[in-house]
Design a protein around this ligand. Structure first.
Ligand SMILES: Cc1cc2nc3c(=O)[nH]c(=O)nc-3n(C[C@H](O)[C@H](O)[C@H](O)COP(=O)(O)O)c2cc1C
Length: 450
């Protein structure tokens, strides 16, 4: 069994309460940090652990913390990004629902490390139950002396607030989130300056994902060196993966980074194989924003090595033959899934969610959706694939925030790997039914890489 650091006690009854969470060792990291460590020690420990941001980009957390500006007399903020709206990603919601104190404890330790006296958890607005769960957990932590004035008699004060999100995917982009938190429309800001210099209310701010912040607790409990021993290369520790699609056991799994993709899909410890005895066709490994890979390339790299669940291995081959770990939203497609229909569906989402500030994204996502719609409904023509690639290239890299890239990559990769399926729609001139159109994109685990 893989080691569990975040979900070890997930099945303990009432682990959502402070009493049971503490019985299982909860709030030891707060005591350790506040009583025995300086804020700089905590930052150093997180740096040494090799923890990388779990929100999608994988930026080293300790390094981000060390960039935080510390001008005299200016407040600093820690903001937790719990907006989680990426299609296929539901790991943060799971953690907040079942073990809210894991996040609250992480927020206290991380705020202490950064010298923040006011911190926020910005939760996707639709997640009202989770907002209530977190608010209750904050009240419990406050009553026990872990929050508020003079925490554990140390002289350190911290107020922690939960802010319901603005109800748009773009509010998960860190600078749009800060705008929204300030009460404005969630439009991304031009960077630089980065939030570490000028963030919330123009003050130095760190924005981190729920899982990144929660991971600081086990890092302090087991020590950075022990944490860094888990995983491979620059992918240290454990990672929550939300697995969905055509698998036998959809759900949230905590993996040790480095588990082979094949094992993750087929073993009973995780996804339990493809549902209904079907064959694997494709995987979106890191939430809807990352390139889709056909079965042969998700199981093995183009060099023929086993693909592993790490930042490096999933990216092996660049976008020509690789993808990204992203947010850990692992969506599995079986042989009956239509790639054109799914790509159209993702693109509809990005078009709807584009904030509209940048023309390439605002207009480009609309055009891509239109072309994909006509392809899917049998009215496309053979030049449409080149047109889509052209539009996607004109969006990529030409927008203020990465939502444009997130919209472009799924389309470009679907055409790169499944062009014949797009052509099928044109030549057959009809809407997709289920069925794999006789195209052999599925692969068995031991099938050689093409
Ligand atoms: C459109 C868009 C939506 C995003 N949504 C989220 C989100 O819901 N949660 C999250 O942690 N990061 C999200 N991100 C990434 C954040 O901008 C940021 O990189 C992240 O919160 C940093 O935290 P980390 O370093 O701990 O990963 C999103 C980015 C974009 C462009």
């Amino acid at each position: 069994m893989a080691r569990k650091l975040l979900l070890e006690h997930i099945n303990v009854p009432q682990i959502n309460t402070l009493a049971v969470y503490r019985e299982k060792g909860g709030y030891r990291a707060v005591e350790k940090a506040i009583k025995n460590m300086s804020p700089e020690d905590v930052v150093e420990e997180v740096k040494k652990s090799g923890l990388r941001g779990r929100g999608g980009a994988g930026f080293p957390t300790g390094m981000k913390w060390s960039f935080l500006a510390k001008p005299e007399g200016v407040p600093r903020y820690l903001v937790c990004n719990a907006d989680e709206s990426e299609p296929g990603t539901f790991k943060d919601r799971y953690l907040m629902t079942h073990i809210p104190h894991a996040l609250i404890e992480g927020m206290i330790v991380s705020s202490y490390a950064l010298g923040a006296k006011t911190s926020y958890i910005y939760v996707r607005g639709e997640m009202m139950p989770q907002i209530r769960i977190l608010e209750r957990a904050i009240e419990e932590a406050k009553a026990a002396g872990f929050l508020g004035k003079n925490i554990l008699g140390s002289g350190y004060d911290l107020e922690l607030y939960v802010q319901p999100g603005g109800g748009a995917y773009i509010c998960g982009e860190e600078t749009a989130l800060l705008e929204s938190l300030e009460g404005k429309r969630g439009n991304p800001r031009i960077k630089p300056p980065f939030p570490a210099i000028a963030g919330l209310y123009n003050c130095p701010t760190v924005v981190n994902n729920v899982e990144s912040i929660a991971a600081v607790v086990p890092i302090l409990n087991i020590g950075a060196e022990e944490y860094a021993k888990i995983g491979i290369e620059r992918s240290t520790g454990t990672k929550l993966i939300s697995a969905s699609g055509n698998i036998n056991k959809p759900g949230v799994y905590e993996i040790e980074l480095g588990v082979p993709v094949e094992e993750f899909i087929y073993s009973d410890e995780y996804c339990g194989g493809i549902a209904n005895g079907k064959r694997l066709k494709a995987v979106v490994a890191g939430g809807s924003s990352v390139p889709i890979l056909p079965a042969n390339l998700i199981l093995k790299t183009a060099k023929g090595d086993n693909r592993l669940m790490t930042y490096e291995s999933l990216a092996d081959g660049g976008f020509a033959t690789g993808t990204m770990l992203g947010s850990g939203g692992f969506v599995v497609f079986d042989e009956d899934q239509c790639i054109v229909r799914n790509t159209w569906n993702f693109t509809r989402f990005y078009h709807h969610e584009s904030c509209g500030q940048c023309s390439p994204c605002r207009e480009g996502t609309g055009w891509m959706e239109k072309v994909l719609h006509r392809l899917e409904h049998g009215h496309g023509n053979l030049s449409d694939m080149d047109l889509l690639v052209d539009v996607s290239k004109k969006i990529e890299g030409n927008t203020i925030c990465p939502l444009g890239d997130a919209a472009a990559w799924p389309v470009a990769s679907a055409i790169r790997h499944f062009r014949d399926e797009f052509e099928w729609h044109v030549t057959h001139g009809e809407e997709s039914q289920t069925g794999n159109y006789g195209l052999a994109h599925y692969a068995d685990p031991l099938e050689p890489v093409i």
